[in-house]
Design a binder for this molecule. Structure first.
Ligand code: PBG
Ligand code: ZN
Length: 324
């Protein structure tokens, strides 16, 4: 049956009927808000390329956390900016490290908030790469050994979930073993499974002070040209014990999100990364787009592609709009 019997505009007539036939809706329940915590005192520094996003020291972070809780955002993802960097990123497993202190502070003062820690080394190494270097490249297995120490110290501090983002082979298996043998068998792993070597991370690297001092991350992060390889990455992480798998970045990789969603039964997370945030903010500032509407449409596209969870710097703004 076709036109004139079929007219799809009938179901677009007004907002009531559009609401009834709407296939995807955004909810605050899907959102994770990333937060940058910096070692030191009295820090509340806006990141120039990410308007509205700040680095906070622990003594100033309550303002941010009060708002997250008030908006009913279920979880935060923590990134640390340490006061000490070295060759191997040893501050990542320091009990008095910035993440460990921040997690203890948050779990003590905001017990209702779910705290996820990013597990990597690039913010903590003097060279800015995501692990231990050998011959100018990241040594996979040595980095895994340090990852054990890092996750155990995050979880001892009270982290509810860990999220390894370094793209080392075998990292999920390593973490699962480390957690289970320490009795933390109930702590889930959200794996950055399909993480691409993307230029969309630029503003984050400024925010987290984690730009590699030489070279790039293409020996460990995925080639943006590859679709089938993303499925292999996810498959391996699931075999190794991942509880949630992630695709990152989100916007230029919606096809990957859909592939993973159709193929596997685990929850899929999408990371709406810094560059995606900055582009919308910049165009909005210039008055070239309607920032709020483009923001909602963009986040919705991730949901439509199949994301169950969306990690986004827009989380508070989206939650505010959904609350109205
Ligand atoms: C570190 C890490 C990065 C991001 C999250 N964890 C940057 C990178 O891999 O260089 C990017 C997040 C963003 O751009 O918002 N491994
Ligand atoms: Zn890293």
């Amino acid at each position: 049956m076709s036109f004139p019997v079929n007219r799809l505009r009938r179901l677009r007539k007004n907002e009531n009927i559009r609401r009834l036939v709407r296939e995807n809706v955004l909810t605050v329940d899907d959102l994770i808000y990333p937060i940058f915590v910096e070692d030191g005192e009295n820090i509340e520094k806006e990141i120039p390329s990410m308007p509205g996003i700040y680095r906070y020291s622990i003594d100033r972070i309550s303002k941010e956390l009060d708002e997250v809780v008030r908006l009913n955002i279920p979880a935060v993802l923590l990134f640390g900016i340490p006061s000490h960097k070295d060759e191997v990123g040893s501050d990542t497993w320091n009990e008095e490290g910035i993440i460990q202190k921040a997690v203890r502070y948050i779990k003590q003062n905001y017990p209702q908030l779910y705290v996820i820690t990013d597990v990597c080394f690039c913010e903590y190494t003097s060279h800015g790469h995501c692990g231990v270097l050998h011959n100018q490249d990241v040594d996979n297995d040595e980095t895994l050994e340090n990852t054990r120490k890092q996750v155990i110290s995050h979880v001892k501090a009270g982290a509810d979930m860990v999220a390894p983002s370094g793209m080392m082979d075998g990292v999920v298996k390593t973490i699962r073993e480390a957690l289970d043998s320490a009795g933390f068998y109930h702590i889930p792993i959200m794996a950055y499974s399909a993480k691409f070597a993307s230029s969309y991370y630029g503003p984050f690297r400024e925010a987290a002070d984690s730009t590699p001092a030489f070279g790039d991350r293409r020996t460990y992060q995925m080639d943006p040209a590859n679709r089938r390889e993303a499925i292999r990455e996810v498959e391996l992480d699931i075999q190794e014990g991942a509880d949630i798998v992630m695709v990152k970045p989100a916007l230029s990789y919606l096809d990957i999100i859909r592939d993973i969603k159709d193929r596997f039964l685990l929850p899929v997370a999408a990371y709406n990364v810094s560059g995606e945030y900055s582009m919308i903010k910049a165009a909005g500032k210039l008055g070239w787009i309607d920032e709020k509407k483009v923001m909602i449409e963009t986040i919705l596209s991730m949901k439509r592609a199949g994301a169950d969870i969306i990690i986004t710097y827009f989380a508070k703004e989206v939650a505010r709009i959904l609350k109205q």
